[in-house]
Design a protein around this ligand. Structure first.
Ligand SMILES: Nc1ncnc2c1ncn2[C@@H]1O[C@H](COP(=O)(O)OP(=O)(O)OP(=O)(O)O)[C@@H](O)[C@H]1O
Length: 221
């Protein structure tokens, strides 16, 4: 599904280059549940953003389902993203002014889906995530765990093949964290969704089937 070839990223710092990622080669198959670990500053989020097509490398190639991502035009790239990828953020990134229902519905507005169908899809996911009773509340009226559930519901409503999650349990207590990991496990095992998460937690990584360790922008063996 994903093939990164000799990816490097640096920022120019005067005449010097500050390298964030160096010569990264990664292949990820459909159906995998992969964790990316490494010390703070090792480049994990940068790598996840590259995979999520929301950042560009300085060098290297990225093939998503055989499509050469970095040579696509902006519009085609965003189509590819919208069709296949759901992104889950540590800080939820919900829209404060919208209700739970409206937040979850938002990604559907960018697809050609009728309003009746949108209603049915949101109702289904509210039900599956057991948050029907929260649908008219605003994010600030929810606990952190509930907000992250809404963040994930919003990421999966378009039925993406790939979920990218940047420390999805970083702001949650351990019980809420376990619920999120159980949810990812179900999506992966029962629906075949490929999951790539950045985590600092060995416990969270143990839910996955493979760990990629980053150290100073390189893959550590
Ligand atoms: N726009 C930027 N300009 C310069 N340096 C940057 C920029 N964005 C990120 N960096 C640097 O890149 C390095 C890697 O950042 P990244 O967020 O990918 O690390 P991380 O492994 O996810 O860290 P953490 O675990 O603390 O979130 C850091 O040293 C950071 O300061």
């Amino acid at each position: 599904m994903i093939r990164l070839k000799d990816i490097s990223k640096w920022y120019s710092n005067g005449s010097a280059k500050a390298h964030i990622l160096r010569h990264i080669d990664i292949e990820i198959n459909e159906g995998e549940f992969v964790s990316i670990m490494g010390p703070s500053g090792s480049g994990k989020s940068t790598l996840l953003h590259l995979m999520g097509m929301i950042d560009d490398p300085s060098e290297g190639e990225y093939f998503f389902e055989g499509e050469s991502v970095f040579t696509l035009k902006e519009k085609q790239r965003s189509e590819l993203y919208k069709k296949h990828i759901g992104f889950v953020f540590q800080a939820y990134h919900l829209i404060d002014e919208l209700t739970v229902y409206e937040n979850i519905e938002t990604p559907l507005l960018y697809h050609k889906i009728s309003s009746a169908e949108r209603k049915a899809m949101v109702a289904d996911i509210l039900d599956r995530f057991q948050i029907v009773g929260k649908k008219d509340l605003f994010p600030e009226q929810l606990s952190g765990g509930q907000q992250q559930l809404v963040g994930i519901a919003r990421a999966v409503i378009t039925k993406p093949k790939l979920i990218l999650a940047d420390e999805p349990t970083g702001n949650l207590n351990s019980k809420q964290g376990e619920e999120i990991m159980d949810l990812f496990t179900r999506l992966n095992k029962e629906e075949g969704v490929t999951i790539i998460q950045v985590t600092h937690s060995e416990k969270n990584a143990s839910y996955g089937s493979r760990t990629i360790n980053l150290l100073d922008g390189k893959i550590a063996l």
